[in-house]
Design a protein around this ligand. Structure first.
Ligand code: URA
Length: 208
């Protein structure tokens, strides 16, 4: 059985997702929305992170707390995953960031790896692949293949919008990887774009 696909259907998040999709949303607002939605996905995806009880001193006494024990790695797929990584680093600054440069060949729609900045020895307990648009699933599958070749044992995928085709492909190739999403859209068009989607997530973040 494949790992779960979680869609965060909280109305406030869905409100923000609507703004993100809107064609009139300019890059600065688009980036801010990507950040908020990515942090929400991050919180949900790390719900099971290992932590030990701790105690802190407040001005009025002591309070129970906890200390997270796991080392996290963010794996942004360039370039659209960059905004997600930045937002997650704001939330959890001590994570490692392993950049992966993958682009889709425009004719074959197959992923080509042009940059791989994984450390020689992986030193994270949990790696989060950050790729806002799960279209054909090609880039996500390639990113997870690379992580598995580096013996990363726990991997989760965080994305904003997915096409059913991409989910099916990813679950077939990597049934052990859970998916955390904001929406599952209708279909892919003939150019590999998610419909209705939001257009090109990289272009919309970086005004290209
Ligand atoms: N990548 C994007 O940025 N948008 C899509 O719709 C599909 C892939």
């Amino acid at each position: 059985m494949a790992a779960p696909v979680l869609v965060l259907d909280h109305p406030l998040l869905q409100h923000h997702l609507g703004q993100l999709r809107a064609v009139q949303t300019e890059p600065p607002a688009f980036r801010a929305l990507v950040a908020i939605l990515s942090q929400a996905l991050f919180v949900e995806a790390t719900r099971d992170v290992r932590a030990v009880p701790a105690e802190v001193t407040t001005p009025l006494g002591t309070a129970p707390s906890c200390q997270v024990q796991e080392r996290l790695a963010f794996v942004p797929v360039l370039r659209a995953g960059l905004g997600m990584a930045e937002a997650l680093l704001d939330f959890w600054p001590k994570a490692s960031v392993w950049h992966l440069g993958l682009y889709r060949d425009h004719d074959t729609l197959q992923p080509i790896t042009y940059y791989n900045k994984l450390p020689p020895r992986v030193d994270a307990d949990l790696a989060l692949v950050l790729d806002p648009m799960l279209a054909t699933g090609g880039s996500a599958m390639a990113a997870i293949d690379i992580l598995k070749r580096h013996h990363v044992r726990r991997i989760k995928y965080l994305g904003l919008i997915a096409a059913p085709e991409g989910i099916r492909a990813l679950q077939k190739a990597h049934p052990d990887v859970p998916l955390y999403l904001m929406a599952i859209d209708d279909h892919l068009n003939e150019h590999g774009y998610i419909v209705p989607g939001l257009g090109d997530a990289g272009d919309r973040q970086f005004a290209t």
